[in-house]
Design a protein around this ligand. Sequence first.
Ligand SMILES: NC(=O)c1ccc[n+]([C@@H]2O[C@H](COP(=O)([O-])OP(=O)(O)OC[C@H]3O[C@@H](n4cnc5c(N)ncnc54)[C@H](O)[C@@H]3O)[C@@H](O)[C@H]2O)c1
Length: 314
Amino acid sequence: MKIAVLGGLGYTGTILTKKLLSGGHKVLAIDTSWFGDKIKNNNSLKKIKIDIRDLKKISFKGIDKVVHLANIANDPSVDLNPSLSWEVNALATKMIIEKCINDKVKHFIFASSGSVYGLKKEKKVTEDLSLEPLSTYNKTKMIAERIIQSYKDEIKYHIIRPATVCGYSPRMRLDVTVNMFVYQAIKKKYIEVHGGRQIRPNIHIKDLTNVYMHFLKNDKLKSGIYNAGFENLSILNIAKRVSKICNCKLKIIKKFNDQRSYRQNSDKLLSTGFRRLHSVDDAIYELSEKLINKTLIPDDTCFTVKYMKKKKFN
Ligand SMILES: NC(=O)c1ccc[n+]([C@@H]2O[C@H](COP(=O)([O-])OP(=O)(O)OC[C@H]3O[C@@H](n4cnc5c(N)ncnc54)[C@H](O)[C@@H]3O)[C@@H](O)[C@H]2O)c1
């Protein structure tokens, strides 16, 4: 199959693109390459380094499926320039899906976010619960979902709401909870926990990319929204796991800004035959080993907001 991955050079996109190439697919990776390009050239891979807002330069003619991961990808980066994020995360998504329909793409997969739930006390946070997006990032995702759903009669779509992702990718992110705690544990020998009681679902990057592969393969599955999050853990619990495995101390700071607290229930995804294979602990072991043996050497690109601030993307 010919598959376009928008954001194909990002943290998740790098692993997904590599998996698709290993599976014998032809891949078109469209990405501004803000955080570099960690994928070797390959006869089955075409990279186009452009902004998805520059629609004139994009054609999906001959492409079977599109996976759309190209967004400003967390709360603080969105807050740096909210207009940019509305343009990229919501407006460009509208233009992209229309282009897909015009160019006869049969299947559209979008990375939303589990964080659209915002604050939820329910033990089983399923796809049908109301959304309470707290940040601008969450709001751009909610609106993008609604835009995609409005094309339901014109294209098959699957909207995935990933939990916070953990684990290694050649385009590394050390600003997501588990990865950040492992980095602190190895570098500083202590972990700073802000608050701690907030509950967050998690997903290993290998499982999340398998979720995208699962939907690409099973395109007969009903169009709709699917949660993709498994281990619902408090921030303190995640920090304790990291401190046990990496043998370091915890520093608890009572004041915290990030109020998001929710679980995710992924029974709907599991009912489609998807099985998860990896855990938060797997990510902790793998990352700590890579940091200790220096097969992962962090640079500025690993810290999305800091890097975006420095480079002034717009
Ligand atoms: N990592 C997580 O914990 C997580 C959780 C839930 C949802 N998501 C979503 O998954 C998707 C992938 O996230 P990620 O963690 O791989 O982040 P990432 O920042 O590593 O990947 C995003 C990629 O998109 C590219 N990009 C951004 N704006 C672009 C534009 N205007 N035109 C072309 N390319 C552009 C960036 O260069 C980057 O390579 C995002 O939509 C994100 O919101 C991520």
